[in-house]
Design a binder for this molecule. Structure first.
Ligand SMILES: Cc1cc2nc3c(=O)[nH]c(=O)nc-3n(C[C@H](O)[C@H](O)[C@H](O)COP(=O)(O)O)c2cc1C
Length: 174
């Protein structure tokens, strides 16, 4: 008699929540997404813009990456709105999930990182990588408002981050 087949465990999910005004954070999130998929092909990698992300998306994810620009010394307002909407619906239901941050900024970025780290600490998420900060060095209004093209060295850092998070989840390290 044949032994009953064991059901395959459900695929694990990495959720990348992102916002971008001029393309830098979007390019970094996309690079992380592609590298995550390449390093853990059995995982589901979801990249969802923050205004379309719900608390259910967070609850269903096994690992999280938050990617956005710094604006006026803080995370972009759209990203703040995402956290405002989902913070209490997901409160005490995300503890221990691994997470990482990606921030694009002109020259600073620390305000956005600090704010998101505080929120993640409130959720008791587990930081598993140093925040990735990419400065675009735009100074004038014109440069700040222009579409951004990032050097491959910046995209490579996002690829490394995405691959590290996905393979950590896939190998059961976190
Ligand atoms: C309204 C506004 C406010 C900004 N404030 C900051 C800031 O406080 N600190 C900083 O380093 N960059 C600041 N920047 C620059 C952006 O963070 C930078 O251009 C970044 O690359 C934008 O990312 P994105 O291309 O993903 O939108 C600001 C840009 C805008 C449009």
């Amino acid at each position: 008699m044949q032994a009953p087949r064991e059901a395959a465990p459900p695929a694990r999910t990495l959720l990348i929540v992102w916002w971008s005004a001029t393309g830098a954070a979007r390019a970094l999130a996309e690079a992380a997404e592609r590298a995550a998929g390449a390093s853990a092909p059995e995982m589901i990698i979801r990249r969802v813009r923050c205004d379309q992300t719900t608390d259910n998306d967070l609850l269903r994810a096994d690992a999280l990456i938050f990617a956005c620009p710094e604006m006026l010394g803080s995370m972009a307002g759209m990203m703040k709105d995402f956290f405002d909407r989902t913070y209490y619906p997901a409160f005490e239901r995300l503890a221990g999930k691994p997470y990482a941050l990606i921030v694009s900024a002109g020259s600073d970025g620390q305000g956005a990182i600090r704010q998101m780290q505080r929120i993640a600490a409130g959720w008791r998420l587990r930081p598993v990588a140093e925040p990735l900060l990419v400065c675009t060095h735009a100074q004038s209004a014109e440069a700040i408002l222009a579409d951004k093209r990032l050097p491959d060295s910046a995209l490579e850092q996002a690829r490394e981050l995405g691959a590290a998070i996905a393979s950590g989840v896939s190998l059961g390290i976190w």
